[in-house]
Design a binder for this molecule. Sequence first.
Ligand SMILES: Nc1ncnc2c1ncn2[C@@H]1O[C@H](COP(=O)(O)OP(=O)(O)OP(=O)(O)O)[C@@H](O)[C@H]1O
Ligand code: SF4
Ligand SMILES: [Mg+2]
Length: 382
Amino acid sequence: MAEGTGGATGGVRGGVSGGGTGAEAVGEPILRVRDLYKHYPLTRGILFKKQIGAVRAVDGVDFDLAAGETLGIVGESGCGKSTVAKMLVNLERPTSGSIAYKGDDITKLSPRALRAVRRNIQMVFQDPYTSLNPRMTVGDIIGEPFEIHPEVAPKGSRRRKVQDLLDVVGLNPEYINRYPHQFSGGQRQRIGIARGLALRPEIIVADEPVSALDVSVQAQVVNLLERLQDEFGLSYVFIAHDLSIVRHISDRVAVMYLGRIVETGSDAEIYDHPTHPYTQALLSAVPVPDPAARERRERLILTGDVPSPANIPSGCRFRTRCWKARERCALEVPLLAVPAVFRDTPTPAAHDSACHFAEEKRVVPPETPPPENRPPESRPGE
Ligand SMILES: Nc1ncnc2c1ncn2[C@@H]1O[C@H](COP(=O)(O)OP(=O)(O)OP(=O)(O)O)[C@@H](O)[C@H]1O
Ligand code: SF4
Ligand SMILES: [Mg+2]
């Protein structure tokens, strides 16, 4: 099944990922995902359904998550990010593969054992407008997980606990009886985060938690998530399609294309030393605040549409949009591993990349330092 899956990501906080198996993590990673697949059957006929193919939404994904770490997952719409997220919190069952939480494969646990594990892995959803039940008060929404896990908060203590959670996410505890429509988008996402925290999880899977928010509010919510991570020692899987948001919060980044991870490394490796053409194209579209750096940035425009996950190209799945594609790309699936050209050199380009012709290309130039921080020779007239 693991056609072409190669090295998994290293699990060291902010460290350089090797091209191996993820065994670089210090101790056992809190989450270890291997060979994860989710194929949705495509059927024809109404009475006698016949399977005529499959949507390969997730098609062989490997990664580790170390305790206290944030792994950012990025990619275009439809590449399988939410499907991965749903499998991590058991809202979807994988077609095959394993998701080990502290060594136990949660895809194989009994319902009773799974219930205990699920408490520790919670999700924050993308859209704070649709993910909160409009007919429930904020207190009932945040306290709902206690109905399923009464051992965390016996009935008499729940109101107090919900108020504490409101306080922790920066909302007034007196808002406990209000309804979701009485809050702004950013405040609603804080309610979603408070609900995700209610059971004191160790891992939060945040699926595009700021994508539906105004840019001015996005930073506040990201800052809140960072503060909560420090306060509660949380580990995050943080999903986004915008590479600039992921950089702010992630220790490591995994770039997905059509159901697979195509490049992964520390945030500096991915942003400053990308080697996969798809990552380079994504980076060429991120907003660059510094006008001088923006001028120097190379624009790589992706042509063509993303192929259907029901009809994935042979060999490298990115080849129909890749400006470097050659014959080998149609014949051979590139493995996710440190490319041979970088293997013997200590360079930040030596991180996992699924490309036969991987080359380092810095797409976003470094920001121009302010004049007072520049070396004297670059300050004419002084
Ligand atoms: N229940 C389903 N049945 C059939 N196909 C599905 C199902 N759920 C998702 N898909 C398909 O799987 C692919 C991956 O979907 P997914 O929602 O994981 O993408 P995504 O990366 O989260 O996209 P977005 O950025 O738009 O949220 C898409 O082609 C989608 O249409
Ligand atoms: S393997 Fe070929 S098609 Fe795929 S990203 Fe590399 S150069 Fe492009
Ligand atoms: Mg999604």
